[in-house]
Design a protein around this ligand. Structure first.
Ligand code: G3P
Ligand code: MG
Length: 223
C-alpha cells in the first residue's frame, strides 16, 4: 500500500509549504499531495479559499494580489509556495498528487506542464472534486494520470472515473467499504483513501486491498 503525504507532511510541518513537502520526502513517502488554487494566472499551493487558518493573512484569497500573498507567513516563516516551486523540488524525485481546488485551475496547470522543465508527467497524479477541471485535462492529454475525488454520490463518481479514463478513485475513510474496493478494482481503478492517521486503521486498509492512503503522519506505515 502506498503512503501519500497529505499536504506534504501536515502533522510535522506547516501544511502545503515547501518545508512540508521536503519533510514528506525525508520521511520516504511514495507520493506527496498538495492542494492548489488559481490566483490571477498563477497556481499557488493552499488548501482553503480563505487565509486565516494557515497564514497570518485574513479574508478571501481572491481579494489578494500575488505579491501580497507572497508576503504572508504560512507558518515558521514559510511563504505560500507556487506550484512550479513545488515541482522544482519533487520533479523526477518523488510522485506528486496535485489536487486542483479552484475553477479554471486546469488551464493554468496545462501551461505549467507544457513547460519543458516539467514535461515528464510520469510521476504526476492530478485529482479534483471539480469534474470540469479533470475533463479539460483529459481533453489535453490522454496519458495523464487522473484521480477522481468522490462526491457523496459514489455511483456518479464511478461513472466519471470511467468517462475520464481515470487512474484512481479517492474517497474519505467514512466512504470505505469492501464493495467499493472490489468495484474499483473490477473497473481497473486504484482506490485511494484520505486522511488516515491511525496505524491500526492503515493496517486494516492494507489487508483489505486499499491501494494508497493519504496521511498527515506518513511515517506511520503499517509494519
Ligand atoms: O486529496 C485527498 C484529500 O486531500 C482531499 O481532501 O480537503 O484534505 O484536500 P482535502
Ligand atoms: Mg487535498
Amino acid at each position: 500500500m502506498l503512503m501519500i503525504g497529505h499536504r506534504g507532511a501536515k502533522g510535522y510541518a506547516p501544511e502545503n509549504t515547501l518545508l512540508s513537502v521536503r519533510k514528506a520526502m525525508e520521511l520516504g513517502v511514495d507520493c506527496v499531495e498538495v492542494d492548489v488554487h488559481l490566483l490571477g494566472e498563477d497556481l499557488i499551493v493552499l488548501h482553503d479559499e480563505t487565509l486565516e487558518r494557515t497564514t497570518n493573512g485574513r479574508g478571501r484569497l481572491e481579494n489578494y494580489s500575488f505579491e501580497e500573498i507572497r508576503r504572508l507567513d504560512a507558518g515558521l516563516g514559510e511563504k505560500i509556495p507556487t506550484l512550479p516551486e513545488v515541482l522544482a523540488v519533487t520533479h523526477g524525485v518523488v510522485d506528486l498528487n496535485i489536487e486542483l481546488k479552484g475553477k479554471g485551475s486546469s488551464d493554468a496547470l496545462i501551461k505549467i506542464l507544457d513547460n519543458p522543465l516539467f514535461d515528464d508527467h510520469e510521476k504526476l497524479l492530478i485529482s479534483s472534486f471539480l469534474i470540469e477541471e479533470l475533463r479539460t485535462l483529459r481533453a489535453w492529454n490522454s496519458g495523464l494520470k487522473i484521480g477522481v475525488l468522490a462526491s457523496h454520490n459514489l455511483d456518479e463518481s464511478f461513472d466519471w472515473c470511467i468517462k475520464l479514463k481515470a487512474f484512481s478513485l479517492h474517497i474519505n475513510q467514512q466512504q470505505l467499504t469492501l464493495d467499493i474496493i472490489k468495484k474499483a478494482h473490477r473497473s481497473g481503478l486504484k482506490l485511494y483513501v484520505y486522511t488516515v492517521n491511525d496505524r491500526k486503521e492503515m493496517e486494516k486498509m492494507e489487508k483489505i486491498g486499499v491501494d494508497a492512503v493519504f496521511s498527515d503522519f506518513p511515517d506511520r506505515r503499517p509494519a
